[in-house]
Design a protein. Structure first.
Ligand SMILES: Nc1ncnc2c1ncn2[C@@H]1O[C@H](COP(=O)(O)OP(=O)(O)O)[C@@H](O)[C@H]1O
Ligand SMILES: [Mg+2]
Length: 389
C-alpha cells in the first residue's frame, strides 16, 4: 500500500510561512516543492524542488501541480484561476480555489460572512469618491477605506478622517484601477485572532485566542491567552469554527477579530493560510499551526491545539536605515532569556519594516512572558552589512 507520507506537497510561495510549513513537513519525511520568484527566498534551502517564477504565473503553477500530488499555498495573492485549472485536472488544491476566490477579495469575503450571520463591521462598496462621502453620511468619520484586493500589513488601507479626505483616499488606494470598500471605524477594546484547522474529513481543531498588538498597522506582538472573558473567548472560538464550516476550508485559517466594548466580537478579516499571529503555536501549543496545516492537507488526523504555557510572540522587522544584506545582531541576548526561541527567516536582503524573523517566549505566567518578550525584543536588531553602523 502506498504510504500517505509519500504524498508530494507543492506550495505556492516560499517565504517564512512556506519555510515553517516545510520544517514540519520534513519532520515527517514529506517531499516538498515550492514556487517562488526569489531564488534565495526563505524556504529555498529546505526544498526538494524550487520553481523560480512569479506567484501569478499560470504555467508555473500548472508545472508545480504536475510534479506534486497536492497543492497548497502560503499566501492568498496568487493566480486563483490557475488553481481552478489544477483542480479541474484532478489534482487536489487545499484550501479550495473556490474559498480562496471569495476570501481574496475583502468585499466578497465580508459579504459572505454577513450573509451567513457572522458579525462583521458595517461596510459598503466604493467605486467613486462620492461613494465615500455617502458612506460618511451613514457611518460618520473616521472610516477605514480598503483596497479589496492585494492588501497586507495595512498597505491597502486608508483612514478617511473627514469628508475633505474622500478624494485623497480614493486616489491613494488607486480607486480608478481596483475595487475598494469602506468600513465603519470600529472603536474596539483589543484585537484578537483565532486559528482554526479543518481536515479533509471535516474535523475541526480550534486554537486558543491570542491578543494582537499592532504598530503602524503591522503586527508587533501576540499574547496568548488573550485577556478576555470566558464568554468572549467562547464566542471567538465559535466564530472561528463557523468560518471553517462556511468556507469548508481544508488546512489552517486565521480569523482576525475586534473585541467591542460590550465584549462581543466582530470579524475583521480571514486569512486562508498560516498567519503571523499564530507563530506562538510552534513553542506554545502541543501542535503548531504549520504542523496541523501539513496534517490537514495530507489527509492525516489533526493534532491537539492546547496551549502548553502562556506565550508571547514579538515580530522582528528590518531596522529602518539598514537596507541591504541581512546582518542580525543580538542572538546571544535573546537566547540567554529563559523560554526564548529565536526564528530568523533567512531572507538575504533586509529592508525597513520587512518581516525578518520573530521571537517567542513561553513562561509560567503571561506577565513573565510579556516582560521577557520585551527584553528579548530590545536585545535584538536586524541590521545590514552595508548599513550605517
Ligand atoms: N474597520 C476598522 N476599524 C478600525 N480599525 C481597523 C478597521 N479595519 C482595519 N483596522 C485596523 O487596521 C489593521 C489592518 O487592517 P486589515 O484589514 O486587517 O488589513 P491587512 O490586510 O493589511 O492586515 C487592523 O488590524 C486594525 O488594527
Ligand atoms: Mg489584517
Amino acid at each position: 500500500m502506498k504510504s500517505v507520507l509519500s504524498t508530494k506537497i507543492g506550495i505556492v510561495g516560499g517565504g517564512q510561512l512556506g519555510k515553517m510549513m516545510i520544517q514540519e513537513a520534513k519532520k515527517m519525511g514529506f517531499w516538498v516543492a515550492i514556487l517562488d520568484p526569489e531564488p534565495l527566498c526563505a524556504a529555498h534551502s529546505l526544498v526538494d524542488e524550487h520553481i523560480v517564477a512569479g506567484l501569478k504565473d499560470r504555467d508555473a503553477i500548472i508545472k508545480l501541480s504536475e510534479i506534486c500530488d497536492i497543492v497548497t499555498y502560503e499566501i492568498e495573492h496568487i493566480n486563483v484561476d490557475a488553481l481552478f485549472e489544477v483542480e479541474r485536472a484532478g489534482k487536489p488544491v487545499y484550501p479550495s480555489p473556490a474559498s480562496l476566490k471569495v476570501i481574496q477579495n475583502k468585499y466578497t469575503q465580508k459579504q459572505t460572512l454577513l450573509d451567513k450571520g457572522v458579525p462583521v463591521p458595517e461596510f459598503l462598496p466604493v467605486s467613486s469618491a462620492d461613494d465615500i462621502l455617502a458612506a460618511g453620511e451613514k457611518f460618520g468619520y473616521p472610516m477605514m477605506l480598503k483596497a479589496c484586493l492585494g492588501g497586507y500589513d495595512g498597505r491597502g488601507n486608508f483612514l478617511v478622517k473627514s469628508a475633505a479626505q474622500a478624494k485623497e483616499g480614493f486616489d491613494a488606494l488607486g480607486g480608478a484601477t481596483g475595487p475598494l470598500m469602506i468600513e465603519k471605524f470600529v472603536d474596539f477594546t483589543i484585537e484578537i485572532s483565532v486559528l482554526a484547522c479543518r481536515g479533509r474529513d471535516g474535523q475541526i481543531a480550534v486554537y486558543p485566542v491570542g491578543q494582537n498588538n499592532h504598530k503602524n498597522e503591522v503586527l508587533d506582538e501576540t499574547r496568548v491567552p488573550a485577556p478576555i472573558s470566558e464568554k468572549t473567548r467562547a464566542s471567538a472560538m465559535d466564530v472561528a469554527r463557523s468560518v471553517m464550516e462556511i468556507f469548508e476550508g481544508v488546512g489552517i485559517f486565521c480569523v482576525e477579530m475586534f473585541v467591542l466594548k460590550d465584549e462581543t466580537v466582530s470579524v475583521n478579516e480571514i486569512a486562508p493560510r498560516p498567519h503571523n499571529s499564530g507563530h506562538y503555536s510552534i513553542e506554545g501549543c502541543v501542535t503548531s499551526q504549520f504542523a496541523n496545516h501539513i496534517r490537514a492537507v495530507a489527509g492525516l488526523p489533526l493534532g491537539e491545539t492546547r496551549l502548553v504555557k502562556p506565550a508571547v510572540m514579538r515580530n522582528i522587522l528590518g531596522e529602518p536605515g539598514y537596507d541591504g544584506p541581512a546582518n542580525p545582531q543580538g542572538a546571544e541576548n535573546v537566547l540567554a532569556i529563559p523560554g526564548a526561541a529565536l526564528h530568523v527567516y533567512g531572507k538575504h536582503e533586509t529592508r525597513a519594516k520587512r518581516k525578518m524573523g520573530h521571537i517567542t517566549i513561553v513562561a509560567d505566567t503571561l506577565e513573565e512572558a510579556v516582560t521577557r518578550g520585551q527584553q528579548a525584543f530590545d536585545g535584538f536588531k536586524m541590521l545590514s552589512t552595508t548599513g550605517s553602523d
